[in-house]
Design a protein around this ligand. Structure first.
Ligand code: AMP
Length: 558
């Protein structure tokens, strides 16, 4: 077993198996099985920076995956080793993800938006041996970042580049995918021997990180597929489903809720868009006859307000599933009439638990709530500050334990003592209430992070960086409301006497610290003294109310 992994207790393992939640198949098996059942069905449509337009059947997808897996073995990748991903929604992501599964290596689901600071940390913490990126994406040259990581991280041996700009000591993924290995057909059969144990860690997901940098979330084959299978069931997936992965691929939402895993389990077609912009999305919906797609609320809003929607035939689209952050009830109420689809809502977390509204729920349930857990054995508690259950209907923190929720972060013993109860419940940090219909309503958050359109930003991480600015005495970072993204980041700062600071200066300073651009404050408020709570801590509640009131006042003036 991987050192630093917190296993499920023996009696729970027995129970989850006996109940059929854990099926003892691997993520790689699901692709092999789909290719055997439906070899000629279209599996993957997308745009590769090297291969161009890709349209793979399940048999072709598996052949590419196996070839890449064999190349990885040839390059010396071993079972259990970690591979950091910084790939956008391109076919290479899927090829590499499943190739690693075939040989029991572990993809680390880092985002393309991360920069040197986050990637240095992840390299070190996971001791990754492989790093994979696209050469250029959104005006950023990842080959430079790759070289820096190569120089700095002793563990990193192999850099895979999707794209034509491959630096010295780096490997072209395009070349690997188009170059057969020696005796390829025979070698493919040998991959069976590499099959990992379904109880092994299959994927490292990342938490939003409430204390500094992201925590690493180990998901086993059994537990991860348990979630995907149940989610695909309530999403009513079947072989005719066409799944458009509109949200970023590394997100737990896109992988498992029901996501890529769900699609492969059912032999459905996966479509990868080059961007979530409405024209790109609707063009693909029409062209590929998409039936089901995920979106964070900010995407839903941009799709609903797209003035040229009627140019496209979107009649194939049956369901849009909203998750990642809170969907405004009024917006939820308009999805069906504006986009002509059924709305499904989910509260999901990379640590595990997924709640879903069901497709036959009445309108007041799927517009007001995030639904209920996927499985009968997803245990949930709603508790007060002392860990006691709140009376029915009242608000409290959501705690959860179950067949696909982790029992601990990877290599985080001390943090685990705070984040999990002694009997194994994960303390989600989400404040929820239980609706009389038996569905959950997300009321707010206990954890100190900002949810910017689904991207989580740890307040503490940004505060620590801001505090290193020479002009700043103290700071508090809070969320401010935004009609599209839900929340944006606002930094309150207290300056040293007789100094001045502009937001642009603060942003440049933080950019020089090499953090993901979505973490930069979008507003700065200079304050003489911080409001304190009764126990002498900075009152973030007051600051959140203050900035919300300022925004309303400014809107009224304009
Ligand atoms: P992640 O692990 O990045 O998927 O983030 C999980 C967190 O996102 C949850 O614990 C919630 O705080 C938030 N979240 C996810 N879905 C929703 C939703 N439908 N409504 C409100 N918050 C959500």
């Amino acid at each position: 077993m991987l050192e630093g992994y917190v296993p499920y207790p023996e009696q729970d393992v027995k129970y989850y198996r006996a109940k059929g939640y854990w099926k003892d198949i691997t993520i790689g098996d699901t692709l092999v099985q789909a290719a055997a059942r439906l070899p000629f069905r279209e599996a993957l449509v997308g745009t590769s920076p090297v291969l161009g337009e890709v349209r793979d059947t399940y048999a072709e997808l598996l052949a590419k995956v196996d070839r890449l897996a064999l190349h990885l073995l040839r390059l010396g990748v071993k079972p259990g080793e970690r591979a950091l991903f910084q790939l956008p929604n391109i076919p290479e992501f899927i090829y590499l993800y499943y190739a690693l599964q075939q040989i029991g290596a572990i993809p680390v689901m880092s985002q393309a938006a991360f920069r040197r600071r986050e990637m240095d940390y992840l390299c070190e913490h996971t001791e990754a041996t492989v790093y994979a990126c696209q050469d250029h994406f959104r005006n950023f040259d990842y080959t430079v970042l790759a070289s820096e990581l190569q120089t700095n991280s002793p563990s990193l041996r192999i850099v895979l580049i999707a794209g034509n700009h491959v630096g010295p000591g780096q490997v072209s993924m395009g070349e690997l995918l188009t170059t057969p290995v020696k005796d390829e057909e025979m070698q493919r059969h040998l991959l069976v021997k590499m099959r990992p144990n379904p109880d092994d860690v299959a994927v490292f997901q990342l938490s939003g990180g409430t204390t500094g940098l992201p925590k690493v979330i180990p998901r086993t084959h059994n537990a991860y597929l348990c979630c995907s299978e149940a989610a695909a069931k309530v999403g009513c997936f079947n072989k005719d489903t066409v799944f458009l992965a509109a949200t970023p691929l590394p997100h737990n939402f896109t992988i498992t809720s029901p996501g890529i895993h769900g699609a492969v389990l059912y032999g459905s077609k996966i479509v990868l868009p080059v961007s979530p912009a409405p024209d790109k999305i609707f063009q693909l919906v029409e062209q590929e006859k998409v039936t089901y797609m995920p979106g964070v609320p900010a995407m839903l809003i941009s799709w609903m307000n797209y003035p040229e929607l009627s140019r496209f035939d979107t009649s194939s689209l049956q369901v849009i599933i909203s998750g990642g952050s809170k969907l405004n009830e009024k917006v939820a109420g308009e999805v069906e009439s504006r986009l002509g689809v059924k709305l499904q809502q989910t509260l999901g977390m990379a640590e595990g638990l997924n709640t879903f509204t069901r497709l036959d729920d009445p309108v007041e349930v799927f517009t007001r709530t995030v639904g209920r857990p996927l499985l009968q054995d997803d245990e949930i508690r709603i508790v007060d500050d002392h860990g006691d259950d709140v009376p029915a209907g009242e608000m409290g923190e959501l705690w959860t334990r179950g067949p696909y929720t982790i029992r601990g972060y990877y290599r985080a013993e001390e943090h685990n003592r705070r984040a999990f109860s002694p009997d194994g419940f994960y303390k989600t940090g989400d404040m929820v209430s239980l609706d009389p219909s038996g569905n959950l309503i997300v009321e707010g958050r206990k954890k100190d992070l900002i949810n910017r359109g689904g991207e989580k930003i740890s307040a503490e991480e940004i505060e620590n960086l801001i505090l290193s600015h020479p002009k700043i005495v103290n700071t508090a970072v809070v969320s401010m409301p935004d009609p599209v993204l839900g929340e944006k980041l606002c930094a309150y700062v207290q300056l040293k006497p007789e100094t001045k600071l502009e937001l642009s200066e603060l942003r440049s300073f933080l950019t020089s610290k090499q953090i993901a651009p979505f973490k930069l404050p979008e507003r700065m408020e200079v304050i003489d003294e911080f409001p304190l709570t009764a126990v002498g801590k900075i009152s973030k509640k007051y600051l959140r109310e203050d900035i919300a009131a300022k925004l309303i006042a400014e809107t009224n003036i304009n």
